[in-house]
Each structure stands twice: as C-alpha cells, then as structure tokens.
Design a protein around this ligand. Sequence first.
Ligand SMILES: Cc1ncc(C[n+]2csc(CCOP(=O)(O)OP(=O)(O)O)c2C)c(N)n1
Ligand code: SF4
Length: 310
Amino acid sequence: MANLKELSRVIPERLSSGHRLCAGCGASIAARQILMGTENPVVVGCSTGCLEVATTIYPYTAWEVPFIHNAFENVAATISGVETAYRALKKQGKIKKDIKFVAFGGDGGTYDIGIQSLSGALERGHNFVYVCYDNEAYMNTGIQRSGATPYGASTTTAPAGKASFGKSQFRKDLTAIVAAHNIPYVAQASISNWNDLVTKSQKAFSVNGPAFLNVLAPCPRGWRFPSEKVVEVSKLAVETGFWPLYEIEDGKWKLSYKPKQIRPLADWLYLQGRFKHLKKEENKKAVEELQANVDKRWKELLIKCEEAGK
Ligand SMILES: Cc1ncc(C[n+]2csc(CCOP(=O)(O)OP(=O)(O)O)c2C)c(N)n1
Ligand code: SF4
C-alpha cells in the first residue's frame, strides 16, 4: 500500500474542491479515498442524496470523471446497464480501455429504497463496485431516520422527547445482507482508517464481479458535532466496536482491525448531539440496551472471523 503522497501523485483528483458539501462531511472524504483505489478510468453513478446534490449544482460539477445522476432507488441498476454496454462494446472491439464502474449511494438509497436494485445487480454478477456512504440517516432532506440509524438516535422522524428516547429499532446489518449474496468481495470501512479503506477499495476494484463497501461517513450536521471532529467521531465508532472493520473475501470473513481494548460505547455516543438525551437518568436503559447490542454483534463477528477466544 502506497502512502497518501504517492497515491496523490499517481491517481488523478476525481472529486475536485469547490463542491457544496458541508465542511467536515464524511461523504466527500469517503468518495475521495474510494476513488484512490484504481488507476483505471472510472465511471461514477450516484443516487440522489447529499453526495450527488451538493457536487452537481447546475451548471457546475465537482466531478472530474464521467458521472451519472440516478434516482434515489436505482443507481445499481443504472451502473449495471452501463457496465453491460461497456462489455458489449469491448467485445466488438469498439472500446479498448479497461474501465471501472462505481456506484455511490447513501444509507437511505442503499439500506432502504435502493436495496432491490442493489440486490439484483449483485445477483446478476455485474463487474462493479458499490459504495454505501453510511451517514445513518436521510441527511439531504432533513435528517429523517433510515434503516441504518442507530437505536436511540434522535432524528426529525424519530425525535427524542417526552414520549420517546429516539429511534426504537436497532440498525439493519446491511453488510451481512450483502454478504449473503455470495459476491467476491464485501467489506466494512471507516474514513478514519484511510489506509484500510484505500486498500479495501483497491481490492474491490480488482476483483472480477461485484464488490461492496459499507463506509461509515459521519455527518456533522445530522449527528450534531463540530466539523473538525469528523475523524475522531469516525475513529471512536471503530474503537468502541460500534463499527467494526472487516472484509469477506470469497465467503471468508476476516477482521481487518482489532482494537486493543474495546472502549465503552458512551465515549462515542456523547460526542454527538443526536444522543445527548441519552445522558438523562430515564434513558439509561436505552444506553444499556444499545451497549448490549453492540457487544452481542461484536462477539458474533469474532466467531464469524474465527477470532473468538484469541
Ligand atoms: C423515491 C424517492 N423518495 C424520496 C425522495 C426524496 N429524497 C431525495 S434524497 C433523500 C434522502 C437521501 O438519503 P441518503 O440516501 O441517506 O443520502 P444522504 O442525503 O444522507 O447523503 C430523499 C428522501 C426521492 N428523491 N425519491
Ligand atoms: S448534511 Fe451531512 S451528509 Fe449532507 S453534506 Fe452536510 S455533513 Fe454531509
């Protein structure tokens, strides 16, 4: 794995500055790191959401590569069609270059509304990389809860208050759902661990067939933390076991990073305003339930990765 300086010399800038994403937005960091994963020409598809809306404000674009805007629900279907057309043209000798295809979707566009087109594209075996930049809510339209929003978080459609402690369901395990499609490469990554993320992106682009990356991309606006803390918040999600880093290569689960000691979840929760109501005595139970859920999932992951007891 090259260092960042070397990478930036070899790989052209593909998402330029001047976009309108908020300062400290995890999505732009995720996109730039992912696009360092291949030296080949790349075609980007992006479903409706912050990343798309804020980088393509008419008549401008921040993308230095071919870019296709998609509806909320169908980026995987669109990129499948493009990849199929490319294969046909290559077979006819009309295209000589090796081109890579990547689809970006937020958690709303991936865990929820776009899951059918993603599942179909994975099942058909298209040669593309799907990246979910997971900011754990529908941010672009005003912080509505999604299937990725953690238990207890306050959102505009699951607001904490007298009647509720925030979202009352646990998040969906999308990475495991995708892994059940038995595709060549699946991984979970975080923008705080850039070396791990770029390495996973390189692997994803190099396999023949579909690859999926679920990347934690914190949102200062929706998670309610100061922009400059974006890397710290990402890192603590990993160090507390909330967002483990792992990969599944040809069906084999492997932990990519094991914290020396898992930190209490509260260290991550209380950096963020969306969980601040959980500090109240009457919401203590919700924190315990959340912690118990994270512990349970971590143990299950260790078993899958054959790390239990090590
Ligand atoms: C079928 C459909 N329903 C609703 C919308 C409105 N809409 C546009 S973007 C968006 C939220 C996107 O959330 P997410 O995919 O998580 O991306 P983020 O904005 O968080 O980056 C919604 C609800 C839409 N465009 N299409
Ligand atoms: S609202 Fe959140 S996800 Fe959207 S641009 Fe701002 S920081 Fe990024």
